[in-house]
Design a protein around this ligand. Sequence first.
Ligand SMILES: Cc1cc2nc3c(=O)[nH]c(=O)nc-3n(C[C@H](O)[C@H](O)[C@H](O)COP(=O)(O)OP(=O)(O)OC[C@H]3O[C@@H](n4cnc5c(N)ncnc54)[C@H](O)[C@@H]3O)c2cc1C
Length: 400
Amino acid sequence: MNFRLTDEQILFRNMAREFSEKNIRPLAKDIDRNEQIPLSLLKGMAELGLLGVTIPETYGGPGGDAVLAAVGAMEVARGDVSMAVPVYYLLEAGWSVVINKYGSEEAKKELLPAIAKGDNFLGIATTEPGGGSDLANLKTTAVRKGDKFIINGEKAFYSGHRECEQIGRGGHMTLLRTDLSKGTKGFSFVYVPYNCPGMKYTHYNHLGRKGFSTGGMTYENVEVPAYYLMGEENRGYNYAMDGFSLARTLVASACIGAAERALELGMDYIKTREAFGQPIARFEGIQFELANDYAMLEMVRTAVLKAAWLYDEIQRGGDATISELNLQMGISKLMAPQVAFDIFKHVMMWYGGAGYNTDVELGMGLNGILSYLAGAEGALNIMRIIIGKELLGKEFMPVS
Ligand SMILES: Cc1cc2nc3c(=O)[nH]c(=O)nc-3n(C[C@H](O)[C@H](O)[C@H](O)COP(=O)(O)OP(=O)(O)OC[C@H]3O[C@@H](n4cnc5c(N)ncnc54)[C@H](O)[C@@H]3O)c2cc1C
């Protein structure tokens, strides 16, 4: 057992940290205020291999694994605690893996190099207006006609429509019913370019992570080439779940990076702010809370890195199992947002009135992390169900 990052991972972390502190953090408040990530920032990330970090070298990426992607997510989030830039980062890192694993050669050649260069946004659209947790109940359909799929239906909470327009290229992986008689065994997972005729978008005004768009989307007789199908028809649910295992691990990782930044801000503040003639860091009410917060953060960090490592072990053909990964990913995505949210809240209280201000990053962080408590990348109760299933067995799942 070895809990240290490798030399290569440390180099990558240092490079990502330096970039994040120099290039992301100074822009983070403007990104939140202007509700847009500058294209030049995305290009800068791409040049460093920070976009599509998991894309293999053959397709123009750095060929990183899940642990490297998780390390990158922490660093990007230390720069932008609002989660806007981290979400962009982790969608590309997470869902590129699905294209690489299951996509046709044509789709890989077309999409992966462009994602790695920052020229093609890649999002995910599974949630529908009828709900995101009960994916088995999704209604959007696709019918195969020769070398095309014809898609009809509606998705909700799709993140990235504005970014596609801004870049002028991009799209999303979408989960569709291709066999109405078979439940989740009749789902297919397909890439859809954002500007296909028949697609319409709406925009949601979210509380936080404002630099990254989310909205609704309808498909009316949208035609996409069949080479955008991932893997086999009607096996898409499994591919989507594979993608979620990684994407959720990276979400948890981003929450840790943001919380780390909050604690850093908090520690600097409590060492210098004085009350009753001494630094407030001396008061047990504050120092003991810091100790608890740090302990929680360290425990969750270990859990998240273990989830990423399990993902890699499975990829490498090691003896890790999907059950182990599900359990560890569930723990990570359940706990990291909650721990991060508590840390932001505590640091805001240590700041007193000075924390309730847009001049410091704390409000941005609170609102951004809140998206993960509200449900982004899967509701917390769904993580509890995943953990419960692994502990008790499928027969005790509260839902089928
Ligand atoms: C900022 C943001 C960005 C998002 N981006 C995307 C995106 O890019 N792509 C995408 O596809 N989706 C996206 N989502 C949607 C997200 O995946 C869903 O919000 C999530 O899956 C929950 O679905 P829901 O909101 O429909 O809530 P519901 O499924 O309606 O659930 C409502 C509540 O009921 C609880 N619940 C549901 N079932 C059970 C159960 N069996 N037992 C106990 N409790 C239960 C849930 O935990 C939740 O608290 C985003 C969401 C947010 C907030």
